[in-house]
Design a protein around this ligand. Structure first.
Ligand SMILES: C[S@@+](CC[C@H](N)C(=O)[O-])C[C@H]1O[C@@H](n2cnc3c(N)ncnc32)[C@H](O)[C@@H]1O
Length: 353
C-alpha cells in the first residue's frame, strides 16, 4: 500500500482515539452486570426492539458506566474525522507528491461527473462531516487513517494480533466464495479498495471491476491498485445502475456495504446483480450479522451503537427478509449464514439459474 509516515502529533492523536475502544468494552461489561442484577435475560427482555430499548435504557441511564460510554462515544463520533483530517494535513504535501506518482499504473478509473447521487448517501455516515466525500482526500483519510489506524487498532486485543491487519477478515471472506474460476468479478461499493485487493489475492486470474458512488474513495482506490500493481477497472456508478451489459459478470460481490443502505436500495442492488450475472453466476455479499442471529441484549447493543454512531440504515438491513427478497428476484441455492467464530462476516449468497 502507500508508503507514508505520520508526524508524531497525528500518530499520537490517532492512537488515543484507538485506545478509547477497549475502555468502552469495560464500561459495557459493567452495564451487562447491572442488567443481569435487574433480572433481565432472554425471557424477560421485550421481543420488540423499540420496547426493549426503552426497557434497557431506563435502567442504564442511571449507571455511570453507561453515561461515561455515551460521553466518550459522543466525543469520538464528533471528533474522529476532524482529528484524522488534521493528521493527514500534517503530511499532505509529501502525500500529494506520492499520489501524483500513483495515478499512473495499470488500474484505470472512470469518473462520471453527471452521476446522480442518491439522497440517502448524503447522510454524514459514521457522523463524518460531509460523509464519504467530505474532504477531497477522504479516500485516504477514511481508508488509511480512520479505518486502519483507529478502527483496526481499536479492535486489536491488548497484546494480540487479530486485527493488526483489519483486512484479514476481507481475505477470509473472499476465500469463502465457492469457486476460483470467475472470469469477471464486479465489486459494488469498493471505497478505497481494501476488499478489492483481497479479491485480487484470491482470484489472481480474474478481471476485476469495482464501482462506488464516491469520487474521492475511487481516486484513492486507484492509488492503492497501482501501488499494489493490480489492473482493476474502477468506475463511478450507483450499484443499482452499473451500466454493465446483461449477463456479463460471474461474481457480483461486496463487503460491508449492505448495512449502509436503506432496504429499498439493497433490493434494487440485488436486482441489478441478477441482471448483470451470467446464468450460473453468483451473488456473494459479506456484512454484519442480522439481529435474528443474536441474543436480545447483543442485538439491542448493536442497534444502540448504530443509532448513535451515525448508522441510520443498519437496523433495516439487519432485520430485513433477505432470503425472501432473493427468492422473489429468482436467486437459487441461497445461503445466509455467519462465518466462524463470531458470525462475522455474515454471508449472503445466491446463484442465478
Ligand atoms: C463501508 S464502505 C464499504 C467499503 C469497502 N467495500 C470495504 O471493504 O471497506 C461503503 C461504501 O459503499 C459506497 N456506496 C454506498 N451506496 C452505494 C451505491 N448505491 N452504489 C455504489 N457504492 C455505494 C459508499 O460510497 C462507500 O464507499
Amino acid at each position: 500500500m502507500i508508503d507514508y509516515k505520520l508526524k508524531q502529533h497525528g500518530r499520537a492523536s490517532l492512537d488515543f482515539l484507538a485506545s478509547l475502544g477497549p475502555s468502552m468494552a469495560n464500561l459495557m461489561k459493567k452495564q451487562t452486570e447491572e442488567l443481569n442484577k435487574a433480572g433481565f435475560n432472554e425471557s424477560t427482555l421485550e421481543k420488540d426492539i423499540d420496547k426493549r430499548s426503552l426497557q434497557i435504557e431506563k435502567i442504564l441511564t442511571k449507571l455511570p458506566a453507561f453515561r461515561s460510554q455515551n460521553l466518550l462515544g459522543e466525543w469520538h463520533s464528533n471528533n474522529h474525522a476532524r482529528i484524522a483530517t488534521s493528521a493527514f494535513e500534517e503530511i499532505e504535501s509529501e502525500l500529494i507528491e506520492e499520489f501524483s506518482k500513483l495515478k499512473d499504473g495499470q488500474t484505470s478509473l472512470k469518473l462520471d461527473p453527471s452521476i446522480k447521487i442518491p439522497k440517502y448517501w448524503k447522510y454524514p455516515i459514521h457522523r463524518t462531516t460531509g460523509g464519504w466525500d467530505g474532504h477531497k482526500h477522504m479516500g485516504f483519510i477514511h481508508g488509511e487513517l480512520i479505518h486502519r489506524k483507529i478502527v483496526g487498532k481499536a479492535l486489536t486485543p491488548a497484546g494480540g494480533t487479530a486485527y493488526n491487519d483489519i483486512n484479514s477478515d476481507r481475505l477470509k471472506f473472499a476465500s469463502e466464495a465457492p469457486r476460483r474460476d470467475y472470469n469477471t468479478i464486479l465489486e459494488i461499493g469498493c471505497s478505497s479498495g481494501p476488499y478489492t485487493s483481497k479479491l485480487s489475492e484470491v482470484f489472481p486470474k480474474s478481471r476485476i471491476l469495482a464501482c462506488d458512488l464516491s469520487a474521492s474513495q475511487l481516486v484513492h482506490a486507484q492509488h492503492n491498485g497501482n501501488a499494489l500493481g493490480h489492473s482493476w477497472e474502477l468506475f463511478q456508478a450507483d450499484g443499482r445502475f452499473t451500466g454493465l451489459e446483461e449477463s456479463s459478470v460471474d461474481l457480483f460481490t461486496s463487503y460491508i456495504i449492505l448495512h449502509e443502505l436503506p432496504v429499498d436500495i439493497i433490493v434494487d442492488i440485488l436486482n441489478e446483480g441478477f441482471r448483470v450475472l451470467r446464468s450460473g453466476g453468483e451473488l456473494f455479499f459479506g456484512d454484519v450479522a442480522p439481529y435474528s442471529s443474536m441474543d436480545k441484549l447483543s442485538s439491542w447493543r448493536t442497534d444502540y451503537l448504530a443509532r448513535y454512531g451515525g448508522e441510520p440504515y443498519w437496523r433495516g438491513s439487519a432485520t430485513m427478509d433477505m432470503i425472501g427478497e432473493m427468492k422473489k428476484i429468482g436467486f437459487k441455492d441461497i445461503k445466509y449464514y455467519g462465518m466462524k467464530p463470531k458470525n462475522y462476516p455474515w454471508v449472503t449468497f445466491g446463484r442465478k439459474p
